[in-house]
Design a protein around this ligand. Structure first.
Ligand SMILES: [Zn+2]
Ligand SMILES: [Zn+2]
Length: 284
């Protein structure tokens, strides 16, 4: 199994050390793990790495990489925030630190005259002003040339009807392949609550993202896909990845990728489901 999106206590709203996450991932059957804590940023500084912690973060990853060599491959990642005007800051970090994988995500949207909107504030997501800006920011993110993948682009499905997300996403779909940015299949959508249609009640256990409606068009346009649990607790290491692949394979998903040294490596889905050992076969 591959898990290309995971967090530790360095993100502050997540728990578990690098070592604890790695051991839980090994136990869950993950063979290639990318640790992607929230990168330093100018907004919401209490929910992410500080610049002063980055050396320690990468040292912890390096120590785990050596300690668990042969059991799991561990890669250095960060989940960046994209907002208008943030490119120079993010580019500065990317210039200073060698990463295997850089995710670009939108967690915050500025709305005139309102407090900063966050993508986990479900009742705010379906507003026209929010959606207009979210998709404008996503367009920018895809064209900025800084990131290997977009994190949970379809997280709005927790509160916005699929046809609305699909209609707004459609013009952007060809940009993933054109700019070499992977579309993340984020398995946390299998664990997170969503708003019941037409109500303000949050319900659990409903598939909200990744979008199954958008997937065939993305595949047809040549987009690449990363996959990750987005675990914020070692208890969720690798969570949802197998069920997600089982669900998406019949929709035409044939391969996923991960990034090493910022270079894309494609793997067929068979990598995740090796043929069962026969036990009786004789090798001549
Ligand atoms: Zn995120
Ligand atoms: Zn994340």
């Amino acid at each position: 199994m591959i898990d290309s999106h995971s967090h530790t206590f360095y993100s502050k709203h997540a728990v578990g050390t690098v070592d604890e996450l790695v051991r839980a991932s090994i136990a869950a059957g993950v063979k290639i793990l990318t640790i992607t804590d929230h990168a330093p940023f100018t907004v919401d500084r209490d929910n992410r790495l500080l610049e002063s912690e980055l050396d320690r973060y990468f040292a912890d990853i390096e120590r785990a990489r050596q300690a668990y060599q042969g059991q799991i491959r561990i890669l250095r990642g960060l989940e960046f925030d994209h907002m208008p005007g943030a490119q120079a800051y993010n580019r500065g970090l990317l210039d200073r630190y060698d990463l295997d994988f850089a995710i670009g995500s939108i967690h915050y949207v500025e709305l005139p005259g309102e407090p900063l909107a966050k993508v986990w504030e479900l009742p705010r997501l379906a507003g026209k002003a929010f959606l207009d800006r979210y998709f404008a920011h996503l367009h920018e993110l895809l064209e900025c040339g800084l990131f290997d993948a977009v994190g949970h682009a379809d997280t709005l499905l927790r509160a916005v009807p699929e046809d609305e997300v699909q209609r707004r996403m459609e013009p952007l779909l060809p940009l993933f392949a054109r700019h070499g940015v992977a579309y993340e299949l984020n398995a946390s959508g299998l664990r997170k609550s969503s708003l019941a249609p037409g109500s303000s009640t949050e319900v659990q256990g409903v598939w909200n993202y990744p979008s199954r409606g958008i997937l065939p068009q993305l595949i047809a346009s040549g987009a690449a896909f990363t996959i990750g649990s987005d675990a914020h607790d070692p208890a969720d290491a690798g969570a949802g990845i197998r069920p997600l692949l089982d669900e998406l394979r019949p929709l035409g998903l044939e391969r996923v990728c991960y990034f090493e040294g910022r270079r894309r490596i494609d793997l067929p889905l068979d990598f995740f489901n090796p043929a069962p050992a026969t036990g009786t076969r004789t090798v001549l």
